[in-house]
Each structure stands twice: as C-alpha cells, then as structure tokens.
Design a protein around this ligand. Structure first.
Ligand SMILES: [Zn+2]
Length: 237
C-alpha cells in the first residue's frame, strides 16, 4: 500500500497505473465473458515461472467462476452496504457489480491481459498493453502453496482483473472502470466497500470457504482481509 497524490488527491492506490501510451490490438471479450488472461511471454521468465503464472490464472478464474463466488459477492450488500466503483465513485448494488464482473452488462467488456511477475514489491497494470505485473510478494504467496497464502494471491489477481473492465467495444485501452483511488470525500468514507478490493476479498474468502479453511464466518473473513483495502494478517507465510 502506498499513498499517491494526483490532481484529484488519489489515496491508497494498491497497484500503480502508468499513463496511457498506445492503443492495444487485442480484441475485447464478448458479452457474458469474464476476465481473460495468459502468461506474459517474457524471456526473463523460466518455464517454471510461466507454469506458476498459468496455474495462478487458472485457479483465480476457476474461483471467480464458482456459483459460490457470485452468491458471496451478492451477499456483501446486505451486510456491508452498497459498493463504490472507486473511493470517490458511484455506489452500485452488489448485483450490478456481479453482473459487471461476469461480463453480463453489454456496455462493458474485459480487455484481455498478460500476466507476469514483477521484480519489485509493487503490482502494476498498463492500459495500453493490457499487462499485469504481480509483485514479488504475490509470487511468493502463490509459490509457498498453503491454502491461506494461495488465497491471498488469488485475491490479488481477482482484484487486478477488476481493473481490466473497459467501456464499450470502441475502447482500445483498459480504461479502468474500477479504480482504487478517490477523492478526499472518498477517503472519509473509506470503510464503504470498494469494488476492486471487495472482488479480491470475496474471491479469497470463497476459496477459503471451498477449502474448508474459513476462520469464523464468511463475513468475518471479508472483514478481516478488507473490502476497501487489502490486509494479509501475516497469512503470507
Ligand atoms: Zn488495484
């Protein structure tokens, strides 16, 4: 977590977003299709790295495709309230967030992305190339291989996937419908669920629920790991 002060006083951006450069050629996903990703063809990555990234992508997509994921995402609203598009963004119903993340809203599409390991402790995502570089701590959590450490890595990738939703088929770049930042006003209401963090934590808790590894209730899990920020509670080994 770090503080980013931009024109609109962005706060608590979990992953850095470089400025747009050039449009990407990759086609958008169709209606009713969720996030899509493949390992980044990076010559610095070993065959083992590529396999690990492919496994993390596959497992994250499996979890967000579970009926329990959508059920748990829809359950957020009754317990925690409406979900913000960003810290300063509109409040949306959990049902609307679920529709958007499943690709069911015809006004929005997912930009295919490539996923690699970053060489630093920060995760970044680029608009133009649709590339997600996951922080070394995410790699280490996935590599550690415990249920709880893997759940954290799934949270991170499900969160990043939320950033790849774009407006309309004419939009060539990822345009970040869901963002982590927001205004000063958003900061004061920071306890309200934020879409990206909520999606990540619901994926994490759905995985823990499936693996019979929840400590307390599902809502306890969501509270613990955060719906408006990301907390690891030392579960990363
Ligand atoms: Zn983010």
């Amino acid at each position: 977590m770090k503080l980013v002060f931009g024109a609109s006083l962005l706060l608590l951006a979990a992953c850095s977003v470089p400025a747009p450069v050039t449009p990407a050629a990759a086609p958008l996903r169709g209606e009713g299709q969720g996030p899509v990703a493949a390992p980044l063809p990076d010559p610095h990555l070993s065959a083992g790295d590529i396999r690990e990234i492919a496994d993390l992508i596959a497992e994250t997509q499996r979890v967000i495709g579970l009926p329990a994921f959508e059920r748990n995402l829809r359950a957020v609203e009754a317990e925690f309230g409406l979900i913000r598009q960003s810290r300063a963004g509109r409040e949306l119903s959990a049902a609307m967030i679920a529709d958007l993340y499943a690709g069911r809203d015809p006004r929005y599409r997912f930009r295919p992305v490539m996923v690699g390991w970053n060489s630093s402790e920060s995760t970044s995502i680029t608009r133009e190339g649709g590339t997600i570089l996951l922080a070394t701590n995410v790699r280490d959590r996935w590599r550690l291989g415990t249920v709880r450490s893997r759940a954290l890595a799934i949270n991170s990738l499900a969160h990043e996937f939320a950033h790849t939703l774009s407006r309309g088929p004419a939009e060539a770049n990822i345009d970040f419908v869901f963002t982590d930042g927001g205004s000063l006003l958003g900061w004061f209401s920071r306890r309200a669920p934020v879409a990206t963090y909520t999606i990540g934590t619901v994926a994490q808790c759905t995985f823990l629920e499936e693996q019979m590894a929840l400590r307390g209730s599902l809502f306890d899990c969501m509270r613990r790991y955060g719906l408006s920020s990301f907390r690891t509670y030392g579960d990363d080994g």
